[in-house]
Design a protein around this ligand. Structure first.
Ligand code: COA
Length: 341
């Protein structure tokens, strides 16, 4: 059976750095509060004047990933685009990216699974590859959060957390008996928690989709029951990690690096302790980017490869939880002869 391997990765962060201190010009917050509660020091946002959409960030990350994979855009059989912040309401950012890559008819699929978008995307790409429906998949996770954040004190609990960015991976099917590539994917969802983290409007269940009243109430901004999401994350992340390890037939000792979703440094510290893995095997970059949702995992993966923390032969555990509620884990083993930088 085919195995799905990562041929190349790339990331792109917009150039506008926003520090915690910068946020204090709009809302009642402090560097100390943000750093203590979340671990975040700064994040990157698209230009304030607008004009840069999610697919623009995705294009930059994709170009790097394609180059490293040795692919041209024409080599792509399928584009999978994970985002909760599409450029426009419809069509999906995957179609916009396809056009920006200069492609004419390549299929493009959007995934709206928020912080686990990249996990759902990896599982979908793997299934397409194993079924023979595609062999080369460009998987992108990208977000522009900043244009949808409440910059007033009303929204400070959510706004301080999120950053913009994009990450991409070129996934390819290879014929091998070796235990390499995506070894397991475990995906979960619990819609009963949908309101624990959501952006309500524009909403098709409301007519018109965004009323003046809703706008004034800030219902087009993300709302979060942070404490509840925190509690669910520290329970579900270790649980789904063990499930993915069991499914892959890989022990925790064999894991070289855990790349968790970056929602809160404290969540990941709890996660590391519950899982019982050494501190240096847990990857953190939330300090620099905040929570970039679907972009988080591919950005961290690209960075870990660049820093040579992982490389040929490494086994990585990815785990994440976010809006939906959705949570997921993936175990991936790099082939011995690929992805060196
Ligand atoms: N700056 C200063 N004060 C803030 C603030 C900010 N940015 N945001 C909230 N506060 C205040 C609150 O108003 C509250 O004040 P009060 O005690 O006077 O009412 C106090 O800080 C505590 O707020 P609370 O929401 O209870 O803080 P918390 O310890 O739960 O931390 C989060 C908030 C968001 C950092 C935390 O709940 C979290 O990270 N949750 C999980 C997020 C997550 O995983 N999301 C899923 C992926 S997107």
């Amino acid at each position: 059976m085919k195995k799905t391997i990562i041929k190349g990765t790339g990331r792109y962060l917009p150039p506008r750095k926003v520090t915690n201190e910068d946020l204090t010009q709009w809302m009642d917050t402090s560097d100390e509060w943000i750093e203590q509660r979340t671990g975040i020091k700064q994040r990157y946002w698209v230009p304030e004047e607008g004009g840069v959409g999610t697919s623009d960030l995705a294009l930059e990350a994709s170009k790097i990933a394609l180059d490293r994979a040795g692919w041209t855009p024409e080599d792509i059989d399928l584009i999978i685009f994970a985002t909760l912040s599409p450029d426009i309401f419809f069509p999906g950012s995957g179609c916009l990216l396809q056009h920006k890559l200069g492609l004419e008819t390549t299929p493009a699929l959007d995934i709206r699974q928020q912080c686990t978008g990249f996990f759902y995307g990896m599982a979908t790409a793997d299934a397409y590859i194993k079924s023979g429906m595609a062999n080369r998949v460009l998987l992108v996770g990208a977000e522009v959060h900043s244009t949808g954040l409440d910059l007033s004190t009303r929204g400070r609990d959510v706004t301080v957390i999120f950053g913009d960015g994009a990450g991409a991976a070129c996934l390819e099917g290879v014929d091998t008996e070796k235990s390499i590539g995506i070894l397991s994917s475990c995906l979960h969802a619990a819609g009963k928690y949908a309101e624990a983290l959501m952006t309500e409007a524009p909403a098709s269940r409301v007519n018109p989709r965004l009323t003046v009243e809703m706008f004034e109430q800030g219902r087009h901004f993300a709302k979060m029951d942070g404490k509840n999401v925190f509690k669910l994350a520290v329970k579900r992340l270790p649980e789904v990690s063990h499930e993915a390890l069991d499914k892959a037939g890989v022990s925790l000792e064999e894991i070289d690096l855990v790349i968790p979703h970056q929602a809160n440094m404290r969540i990941n510290q709890f996660f590391q302790k519950t899982l019982g893995i050494a501190e240096e095997k847990m990857y953190h970059n939330i300090q620099w980017y905040g929570n970039t949702t679907a972009a988080t995992i591919p950005i961290a993966l690209d960075e870990a490869l660049e820093k040579k923390i992982i490389g040929p032969g490494s086994t990585v555990l990815f785990a994440g939880l976010g809006a939906g509620l959705t949570w997921a884990a993936t175990v991936y083993k790099f082939p011995e002869n690929s992805i060196s930088r």
